[in-house]
Design a protein. Structure first.
Length: 395
């Protein structure tokens, strides 16, 4: 039998029988709608009229001059409604939920970005929304909890395990299996059992499709290098996907090295992880010697996940994409750099891509082109970066 939802050895559907019914129903629905012209037209319309796509491809002239390497362009996902690429996926999944006749949407969230995007679309479609969030994260991200409430969503705290993102995902899966009739589970990245990694990538691939058209219009040729940050991997898969067949385009993912890959405080999955099965997929995970999922750390809440989407594990194994690890300090320096040089405050997640670009650019030539995916805006991170730098905002 042909194996379903595989990227080489990675991916699959490793879920308990109780979740399998829900996964099978979702897979059938996605197979039905993914090429449906009406569904795709509706999604295009929402991308444009609600999320404000296409996002700009901005020529970063000062950064280009300053680094003295390739011409640098920035794909401005930070300009989307709600401030990041997360809206692309939330729009696609909630629209699918509506087509399936579901009345209720659930989601997991770590820092709250995906929860806010999902709550936003549910408000737009007038659908019931419940977001699972680790109790620990709720305390750290109280403002996003309030924001979700404001948008009409219920936020449910999760106390199990480390009371963070991975536990919120477990709880959402449990809810989904119990309430399959009424409920759609909107996952926030290219992870989980098939069809999620494929479906979320399909809803994000608009980033790369636009970028390809835009760079061809601006420069008449493809870029030499595309750089994106990687948590679960959705913004990176989104910008990479259309460039995968273009073998001369180098693809680079930047994962979070936290306080260093030689400490136990990082989230550099592909740099330090091993093959494993978790959250319904075979992929690479940070684990202890017994195979238990290791606690992870990054200054960036959006990158601090102990695994990575299976398609990235595959691109890494074949060498089609390279993955580098960026420390907290390098990311904060890039956060400050882009703010000062271009007047663009990046999300601290996206700053990991900027940091990788700053390392790679000097190895490239002036007749070459680099595109950085700026996955989100940094307003949400300003307070935390001030604290990191020891600035007392209440003084
Ligand atoms: C959530 C988030 C990420 C990380 O998620 P991916 O699935 O790896 O893209 C990166 N950037 C921003 C701004 C985010 O909100």
């Amino acid at each position: 039998m042909e194996k379903i939802g595989r990227f080489g050895d990675f991916g699959g559907q490793y879920v308990p029988e109780t979740v399998m019914n829900a996964v099978t129903e979702l897979q059938a629905a996605y197979d039905k709608y993914k090429n449906d012209p009406e569904f795709l037209a509706e999604l295009r319309d929402l991308y444009h009229n609600y999320a404000f796509r296409p996002s700009l491809l901005y020529y970063a002239e000062k950064m280009t001059k300053d680094l003295g390497g390739p011409k640098i362009y920035i794909k401005r996902e930070d300009l989307n409604h709600t401030g990041s690429h997360k809206i692309n996926n939330a729009l696609g999944q909630v629209l699918l939920a509506k087509k399936m006749g579901k009345k209720r949407v659930i989601a997991e969230t770590g820092a709250g970005q995906h929860g806010v995007a999902t709550a936003t679309i549910c408000a737009y479609f007038n659908m019931e929304c419940e977001v699972y969030m680790g109790r620990e994260d709720m305390e750290r991200q109280a403002l996003n909890v309030y924001r979700m409430n404001l948008l009409g969503a219920k936020v449910t705290g999760v106390d199990s395990g480390t009371a963070t993102l991975k536990d919120a995902i477990n709880e959402a899966m449990r809810d989904w299996a119990t309430n399959i009739e009424t409920t759609f589970y909107c996952i926030g990245s290219v992870m989980g059992p098939h069809p999620y990694p494929t479906m979320v990538r399909d809803f994000q691939k608009i980033i790369g499709e636009e970028a390809k058209q835009q760079i061809l219009a601006a420069e008449g040729k493809l870029p030499d290098c595309v750089v994106a940050c990687v948590g679960g991997g959705s913004n990176a898969m989104g910008i990479f996907y259309d460039f995968i067949p273009e073998k001369d385009v180098r693809l680079v993912g930047a994962e979070a090295a936290g306080r260093g890959v030689d400490t136990d405080q990082h989230a550099a999955t592909l740099t330090k992880g091993d093959l494993g099965i978790f959250h319904g997929m075979k992929s690479v995970f940070l684990q202890n010697d017994e195979g238990q999922i290791a606690p992870v750390y990054s200054i960036s809440a959006g990158l601090d996940y102990p695994g990575i989407g299976p398609e990235h594990a595959f691109l890494n194994s074949t060498g089609r994409a390279d993955y580098v690890a960026i420390t907290d300090e390098e990311a904060v320096q890039a956060f400050e750099y882009l703010s000062r040089v271009e007047g663009i405050i990046p999300a601290i997640e996206s700053a990991h891509a900027v940091a990788a670009a700053r390392k790679i650019a000097p190895t490239m030539k002036p007749d070459q082109i680099m595109i950085i995916n700026l996955s989100g805006r940094g307003d949400k991170d300003v307070q935390q970066i001030a604290r990191y730098r020891g600035v007392n905002l209440n003084a």
